[in-house]
Design a protein around this ligand. Structure first.
Ligand code: SF4
Ligand code: SF4
Length: 134
């Protein structure tokens, strides 16, 4: 028997925030799984793209503990294939924005060994600090 899930105000608030930031009508997702099936980065993700959509739809804030929104490379493979014309990468971007507003850094600059930092391309370092720090 199907389990009934009731949304409370907090679930709804989170869902509406992600819709507002992403511009995507997440509730239109019919969970077909096409996005997950074609994502080239799926093996690196702990939650697949269609699950991300489902959790956002249900207003489950815990979705932000997932690595997936950081792994999504905005390659748009899912976007061009989605039968509902939804853009999962925009949803991932919205989740990152909300997470970064909590000002909790995902990486600590001080933990990168100096010798390793010297070898990293500057653009990659700057790009990742912008993406992973609040
Ligand atoms: S392809 Fe589109 S409709 Fe299908 S699960 Fe992914 S986001 Fe939802
Ligand atoms: S945009 Fe993100 S979720 Fe979609 S296929 Fe590319 S990496 Fe996967």
């Amino acid at each position: 028997m199907a389990k009934k899930i009731k949304l409370n105000d907090k679930n709804t608030e989170f869902y509406e925030k992600i819709v507002e930031l992403s511009g995507e009508q997440v509730a239109l997702c019919d969970q077909c799984g096409t996005c997950s099936g074609g994502c080239p980065f799926i093996e690196e993700m702990d939650i697949n793209p269609s699950e991300i959509m489902r959790k956002v739809m249900l207003g489950q804030k815990e979705v932000m503990d997932s690595r997936t929104m950081w792994i999504c490379a905005s390659c748009f493979t899912c976007t061009v294939r989605c039968p509902r014309e939804l853009d999962v990468s925009k949803v991932a971007e919205a989740l990152r924005q909300v997470k970064l507003r909590t000002a909790i850094d995902e990486i600590n600059i001080a933990t990168i060994p100096k010798e390793e930092a010297k070898k990293l391309p500057t653009i990659a370092i700057v790009g990742n600090f912008r993406k992973f720090t609040g």
